[in-house]
Design a protein around this ligand. Structure first.
Ligand code: SAH
Length: 219
């Protein structure tokens, strides 16, 4: 287990299983997602001073004014992105500490993740290496443009709130693929699932959430 967090490794498996039970009681149904949430050592991804709170259902500060989504939000977005189907290639916008990236990497063949703050890319790379994740590819840049050269994606998860889904990202979805994002309107945010069909896009409004805003350019 992690040498950065002596003592936590021994108890983290048990604590994670309790977290999984809580996620189940909070309504997460996808057993594949629950299994992966039980595997990834979340304490590796949070600052050392906060490691003992890594398995509580709270969002935690990440530095640079950003925050790590709560386990429930990560599980819920992943469940919505999967819709019960296997995923091959996923794009994530807003890498942050890399925890959601790690969850996605356990479920898909390849995960691509973009982050506008260079220092967070470095932090996430280190965390993912420590967690033994090798199929996540991180890029420093403005996620609004996506990665057209790697597209199409089976799912796109955006972990920062916007007032509309960036058009360039919707174009990078496979037909049958889904984009999951926090949509902001009038001081209010909801998770939104946008599915690409052969005829166009279908949008569904889901749970209320609270995310930091999507910002333009690189930091
Ligand atoms: N999934 C992350 C969430 C981090 S918070 C985690 O659990 O750690 C949202 C992240 O989105 C921040 O790191 C922020 O810097 C990033 N972000 C905001 N706007 C962005 C943009 N246009 N392109 C890429 N990343 C962006």
């Amino acid at each position: 287990m992690s040498s950065r967090h002596p003592g936590i490794g021994m108890t983290s498996q048990r604590t994670r299983l309790r977290m999984v039970e809580r996620l189940r009681s909070q309504g997460i149904r996808d057993e594949t997602v629950l299994a992966v949430m039980g595997e990834v050592p979340r304490h590796i991804f949070v600052d050392e001073a906060l490691a003992s709170r890594a398995y509580e259902d709270i969002s935690l500060p990440l530095g640079f004014g950003q925050s790590i989504s709560s386990p429930h939000t990560v599980a819920r977005m992943t469940e919505l992105a999967r819709a019960g189907q296997p995923l091959r290639k996923i794009l994530e916008i807003g890498t942050g500490c890399g925890y959601q990236t790690a969850i996605l990497a356990k479920l898909a063949k390849q995960v691509y993740s973009m982050e506008r703050i260079a220092a967070l890319i470095r932090k996430a790379r280190k965390n993912l290496r420590e967690a033994g994740i090798a199929n996540a590819h991180l890029r420093h840049g403005d996620g609004q443009v996506g990665m057209p050269e790697v597209a199409p994606f089976d799912a796109i998860i955006m972990t920062a709130a916007a007032t509309q889904a960036p058009g360039a990202l919707l174009e990078q979805l496979n037909v049958g693929g889904r984009m999951v994002l926090p949509m902001a309107s009038n001081n209010d945010q909801h998770l939104c699932v946008i599915e690409r069909t052969d005829k166009g896009y279908i949008e569904r409004r889901m749970d209320p959430v609270k995310f930091v805003p999507l910002l333009p350019g690189v930091g």
